[in-house]
Design a protein around this ligand. Structure first.
Ligand code: ZN
Length: 367
């Protein structure tokens, strides 16, 4: 949806204000007042719109600098994030090597920077409660803004962070640029529109097969993969049974099991803890089992996860690993792969494509 700006603004005073307070908007020559906003139910007053665009341009400068400084991926991303107390911090993608352990995306880099900034302020007179919630995440890439096409979607590692509930909530807004009809637009998305199942907590107590709901895309995928309701029930039963008998997660106290359907065979695996924070993801383990046995060409038709939504700390860590879904969607699974969730009142059968936003493609070559 594209919304028009409110008419009752004093345009000349805003233009004047933009020249004084928003030097980068002036430098880039962006007509913020007339820039369309692409959004889903986001109310963005005009003064906030100016602020957001200015902050995005700050991040753009950082992304460009990251390339010039010789970041090894030759990809520059920038993020500018804001907390509920209106503190801002910038971040760029930080890569020691190209692997995920020694890399961090611009969004997470900015969030960590902002957290430290807020914590430092708190350390100066430690009174009251330390509050930290991310309100805005502005994302840009290092390309010329005129070359912008589609908006940036956070990667699955970042989405795994955003899917937690301590520092992010459903109202957290994500901003990026995109082009529509060759016009540069500001895209605004609520976190919940990127992660529509964020609030759907899985239930590890009961398995109620009498109420199974299918999304339209799931029904299409079932037809495409030639999967019956019986196959769906069998898959979730496997995950449930595996959950009951193999608990290798007694350190983190978050037992999770995953089952996958490949051809007509089911592979199941449990989460294995090394320590509280280091563990093997059950979904990737189940896939590894199938790949080892069947070889490189496997195609995962359906996935079912069953387990504990939280550890004893009470913060939701999630049963479905967005990180793992992101990895297997690159190979062996795709957006049509079915995903079966055991919720409190029913079982929902959906697809990876409905659970996660599509990966953005522009300029993104995996090598
Ligand atoms: Zn990321």
């Amino acid at each position: 949806m594209t919304i028009n700006l409110k008419e009752n603004q004093n345009i000349s005073s805003l233009n004047q204000k933009s020249n004084n307070n928003f030097p980068l908007i002036q430098q880039y020559g962006i007509d913020v007042l007339n820039m369309p906003i692409v959004c889903d139910d986001v109310d963005l007053p005009i003064n906030k719109k100016y602020l957001i665009v200015e902050k995005m341009l700050e991040a753009h400068k950082l992304a460009l600098a990251n390339i010039e400084a010789g970041n090894i991926t030759n990809r520059g991303f920038g993020a500018n994030v804001c907390d509920e107390n209106n503190n801002w911090a910038l971040g760029a993608n930080f890569n020691n090597t190209r692997n995920d352990i020694s890399s961090i995306c611009a969004e997470r880099s900015a969030i960590v920077s902002l957290y430290n900034k807020a914590l430092y302020q708190y350390s100066l007179n430690r009174t009251g409660e330390f509050k930290f919630k991310i309100k805005y995440i502005c994302m840009v890439q290092s390309i010329d803004l005129n070359e912008t096409k589609e908006s940036i979607i956070p990667c699955e590692d970042c989405l795994s962070w955003f899917n937690t509930n301590r520092y992010f909530d459903n109202e957290t807004l994500i901003f990026s640029f995109e082009k529509k009809d060759n016009i540069l637009c500001l895209k605004a998305s609520k976190l919940l529109s990127l992660l529509p199942y964020k609030n759907h907590l899985c239930d590890n107590k009961n398995l109620n097969l009498s109420k199974i709901e299918y999304t339209k895309k799931a029904l299409c995928a079932m037809e495409y993969f030639n999967i019956s309701q019986y196959d769906i029930e069998n898959l979730i039963k496997s995950a449930y049974e595996n959950y009951g008998k193999k608990n290798f997660s007694n350190i983190s106290t978050q037992n999770v099991s995953a089952s996958i359907l490949v051809d007509n065979d089911i592979y199941s695996a449990s989460k294995i803890d090394w320590t509280k924070r280091w563990f093997l993801e059950p979904l990737e383990l189940a896939c590894a089992n199938a790949i080892e046995q069947k070889g490189e060409g496997i195609r995962i038709k359906a996935i079912s996860c069953f387990g504990d939504e939280t550890t004893k700390t009470g913060y939701k860590d999630g049963v479905v690993s967005i990180k793992s879904l992101g990895r297997i969607r690159q190979k062996y699974a795709n957006c049509d792969t079915l995903l079966i969730l055991n919720l409190k009142n029913n079982i929902i059968v959906t697809t990876i494509g409905e659970y996660l936003p599509q990966k953005f493609i522009q300029g993104y070559k995996i090598v």
